[in-house]
Design a protein. Structure first.
Length: 428
């Protein structure tokens, strides 16, 4: 009798479970979320940043800033010809933004190979090829008709607005092109160490969506730990449950030898440029127009990389990238001052007199192209303009940066020009 009752209860339970999907009025238990399949470009595990690894990031920026500055100078020289249809700086803004988009699309794969490479490409190459300060300077020159073209004030305004809109459009379009171009490229070979997961090994958490992007790809996120603890725990459980049996866990290993090689080669490269500048034949103009800016490029890029850490401050995160804003504004102030100093009577007399005056003219040019060109960036600016949350903050960041930058140049270059006047350019 007892076994018959048990069998009937079991049959009733089985029947109830089997009819759940058929009866629309039957209360259904919540369905567990489907496991997320492993992605080809999944974020790599986080890694503690050692002093040696941080030094490799900075050393990579020395290399990248000189290469980026050289690319920008080459593109500007390529775009300088009679009858050009577009301003020559457009090529540099487009190429640098395209490199940024390509690196962003392959971020996790690049970090998996060697984290400083990502900093090398984004903060270094892309950030040094593009320049925000030159955009502000040339935009003001268009607004003010500095070259005294035969046109009216309305046309000056049209020219200045067209310069800024075309720069922004070229940078945004090139960023999108770089991201789409990355999708057609083959996968990068990963140099992570593969191992089988074990039951006694703790699962490594993947970076969450709450984790903010920093200037260095391997820097730890600066989010509020208490607010993201539950989300991190959920991600750990979800990643653990989503991995099929036998799936290889990819983890990076420390590479102190590679970090040391990166630091050593960066110092060697900078020393080589320094030796070339002082010992190359003085009759060659590329000593002053190319090598001198290359020597001042690394300090600008490194300062921008340092200021980028303020982007993750709680007050400004996802609203106003204060670090990039400070870098662009500082570079704009400096390039406006050097541009005005090149056109003062003291600069002309010193350049014609030779000696220390020639060095002064060369230094002013190198500060503009090397230090200011690498301290400011357009590629990071357009990425942040796209990722800032809220249209109000987007407009405040984009409009505030562009308007304030033009006002800085107006106050310095315009103020000195209207009060004292300018003469021919000082050429070193």
């Amino acid at each position: 009798m007892s076994s018959t009752r048990t069998r009937a209860h079991s049959h009733s339970t089985h029947r109830t479970q089997s009819t759940l999907s058929e009866d629309p009025e039957q209360v259904r238990p919540p369905r567990a979320p489907s496991p997320t399949p492993p992605e080809d470009n999944a974020p790599p595990p986080e890694q503690e940043v050692t002093k040696l690894r941080l030094g490799a990031h900075y050393a990579g920026l020395v290399w990248a800033s000189m290469i980026g500055c050289l690319i920008r100078l080459g593109l500007e020289g390529l775009g300088e010809y009679d009858g050009k249809i577009i301003f020559q700086l457009a090529w540099a803004q487009g190429v640098g933004s395209g490199i940024m988009g390509l690196a962003l699309a392959r971020k996790n794969e690049i970090i998996g190979i060697y984290p400083p490479i990502y900093t090398f490409l984004t903060t270094g190459i892309a950030g040094s090829v593009t320049t925000f300060s030159s955009w502000m300077l040339e935009g003001y020159l268009a607004f003010s008709n500095f070259d005294h073209y035969d046109r009216k004030g309305l046309h000056d305004t049209v020219d200045g607005v067209a310069y800024s809109l075309s720069t922004m459009a070229i940078a945004m379009a090139s960023l999108q092109f770089g991201e789409h171009f990355a999708s057609v490229l083959p996968r990068l070979p990963l140099s992570w160490q593969t191992r089988k997961p074990s039951s006694d090994h703790s699962t490594t958490a993947l970076p969450t969506k709450n984790s903010s992007s920093t200037s260095s790809a391997s820097e730890p996120p600066h989010d509020d730990v208490s607010s993201s603890r539950n989300q991190t725990k959920f991600n750990e459980e979800k990643v653990s449950s989503s991995r099929p049996t036998g799936f290889n866990t990819l983890t990076r290993t420390a590479t102190p030898i590679l970090d040391i090689v990166t630091i050593f080669t960066a110092l060697l490269a900078y020393l080589l440029v320094l030796i070339l500048y002082f010992f190359a034949p003085r009759r060659h103009s590329w000593r002053h127009s190319v090598l001198f800016p290359l020597l001042l490029a690394p300090p600008g890029t490194i300062l921008r990389f340092f200021l980028a850490r303020f982007n993750t401050h709680r007050t400004f995160i996802d609203r106003f990238p204060i670090g990039t804003f400070l870098a662009n504004m500082i570079a704009t102030l400096i390039i406006a001052g050097t541009y005005a100093a090149q056109r003062r009577p003291s600069a002309r007399s010193s350049s014609s007199g030779g000696g220390g005056g020639g060095v002064r003219c060369n230094a002013l040019y190198a500060i503009q192209q090397g230090f200011c060109g690498c301290l400011s960036t357009v590629s990071t600016f357009v990425v942040e303009a796209r990722t800032v949350k809220g249209w109000i903050w987007k407009g405040f960041y984009i409009g505030g940066s562009v308007i304030l930058g033009h006002l800085f140049v107006l106050a310095i270059v315009g103020g000195i020009g209207w009060s004292r006047g300018f003469i021919d350019v000082c050429k070193g």
